[in-house]
Design a protein around this ligand. Structure first.
Ligand code: NDP
Length: 424
């Protein structure tokens, strides 16, 4: 069913819920859950973590339409930061008009490692381990047979000599974890391998643990944006495209800019990771390591021009070993709802949507930065946050926001004083 999302952001909250109900995106049960605002129960929270004293809420939003590989998705976003959802929606509208995102998964294997030390002859140990590769893969699979039944399992073993203050021999295990992120799967397999690796290497094992530097789970997303979507003025559009490319060069060359450039990308990625119950710390760690892969911390996205076709081209590759099963997915009703909104994608599809949202967020940020500046767009949303912080009631917020915007600079004190004036 084709949904007409136009004007969604201008609707009231009850109107938005009604529109979702009418769109058939959610089952009756989940629609009710949304309308009654039923989130994670304390009973389940108490099972998920320790010392629980309650649950914690964040705004749950949607980016109404995102086209990835010719398929339209309604994307759930969990973020407290003003302007992130608006920026993503704005960027996706432009990118959708230009054909949407093209994305692909290079591979989807998780990597775990066993670090061995006090290995008397690392060269010989390397050989002994590689000679036993098939047997070791079998031991790993026997340690977690259910993933083999699901079509996954241990696929590869490689060994490297790693030297720092101590000489290590590191054994890397590559595993197809199917729809799971695979941390517990990998850790179980690595534990099973440890005694065999100690015996083959005649060394000691220090630890066996999943690596979040998931270089075997790379995902690329790209988009092409016709210049004329950047501005109705032809010269201004070309200038904006040129400046977005320069901003991408700047983030490649300067780690101070790269950190902020990538933070903007993660405004989108984290919002979707949290909504879908994924481990955002794991994805952040892997992506930041990937951003430093040649020794300098760089921006994750690249923007170039196709001058002949008059298009701006964005591209981004990063590790995206996310899950649609396991962990807390399935236990949190909001997470269940997110997967349903997305149409129950497989992990490979979800990974492509997530990287695409990172690129969309990056486009919106760069366009604002090199154009009118980020502050102009942020001002109204900041004013709204200040109005709420100052204690304005719902009906008072619009007037207080207008009062704040009329000031050149504003802060909480100013918001409180305007609210006092309004009330008197
Ligand atoms: P789980 O331990 O929850 O394992 C995945 C579960 O999903 C299994 O119970 C599996 O069932 C089930 N499952 C159902 N359908 C499928 C399917 N199609 N494909 C795969 N599994 C399926 O999760 P993970 O091993 O993925 O570990 C993720 C958790 O580990 C996250 O909560 C993460 O925060 C945490 N973690 C992360 C670390 C890190 O990032 N460094 C370290 C340690 C933990 P069955 O058993 O029947 O196969």
């Amino acid at each position: 069913m084709k949904i007409n999302w136009s004007g969604f952001s201008k609707k009231t909250y009850p109107e938005r819920l009604k529109m979702l109900r009418d769109s058939d995106l959610l089952s009756h049960e989940l629609q009710e859950n949304l309308e009654k605002n039923e989130t994670l129960s304390v009973a389940i929270a108490d099972q998920l973590s320790e010392n629980v004293i309650g649950t914690f809420s964040l705004p749950f939003s949607i980016v109404p339409e995102v086209i990835v590989n010719n398929q339209a998705y309604t994307v759930p976003y969990v973020t407290e930061e003003p302007s992130v959802v608006a920026a993503a929606s704005f960027a996706c509208k432009i990118i959708n008009r230009s054909g949407g995102f093209s994305a692909h998964v290079h591979q989807r294997l998780m990597i775990g490692q066993v670090a061995l030390y006090q290995v008397p002859d690392r060269e010989q140990a390397c050989q002994e381990i590689l000679n036993q590769k098939d047997q070791l893969l079998e031991i790993a699979n026997q340690a977690y047979p259910s993933i083999v039944k699901r079509g996954g399992g241990a696929r590869e073993i490689r060994v490297e000599k790693v030297s720092g203050q101590t000489d290590f021999l590191v054994v890397y295990l590559h595993v197809d974890t199917q729809e799971a992120m695979g941390a517990n799967m990998l850790n179980t397999m690595l534990e099973a391998l440890k005694p065999h690796l100690e015996s083959l290497s005649r060394g000691q094992s220090l630890m066996g643990i999943l690596s979040n530097y998931a270089t075997e789970s790379l995902v690329t997303s790209s988009c092409r944006i016709a210049f004329h979507y950047l501005s109705p003025n032809k010269d201004e559009a070309r200038e904006l495209a040129d400046k977005i490319v320069l901003a991408s060069h700047f983030a490649q060359a300067d780690p101070y800019r790269a950190a902020t450039h990538n933070k903007g990308i993660f405004n989108g990625i984290d919002a979707l990771l949290i909504a879908t119950g994924n481990d955002w710390r794991a994805i952040e760690a892997g992506a930041h390591a990937y951003a430093s892969r040649d020794g300098l911390y760089r921006g994750l996205s690249l923007w170039t021009l196709d001058s002949e076709k008059e298009e701006l081209i964005g591209e981004m590759t990063l590790p995206m070993p996310i899950a649609t099963k396991g962990g807390s997915i399935g236990l949190n009703p909001r997470v269940v709802l997110s997967h349903e909104l997305l149409g129950q994608p497989f992990a490979k599809d979800l990974a492509q949507i997530i990287v695409s949202m990172g690129l969309a967020q990056n486009f919106a940020a760069l366009k604002a930065l090199v154009g009118a500046g980020i502050q102009q767009g942020h001002m109204k949303l900041q004013a709204k946050s200040l109005a709420l912080l100052a204690g304005a009631k719902e009906a008072e917020v619009p007037k207080l926001v207008d009062g704040l915007i009329a000031e050149k600079t504003f802060n909480l004190e100013k918001a409180k004083s305007i609210l006092k004036e309004l009330r008197s």
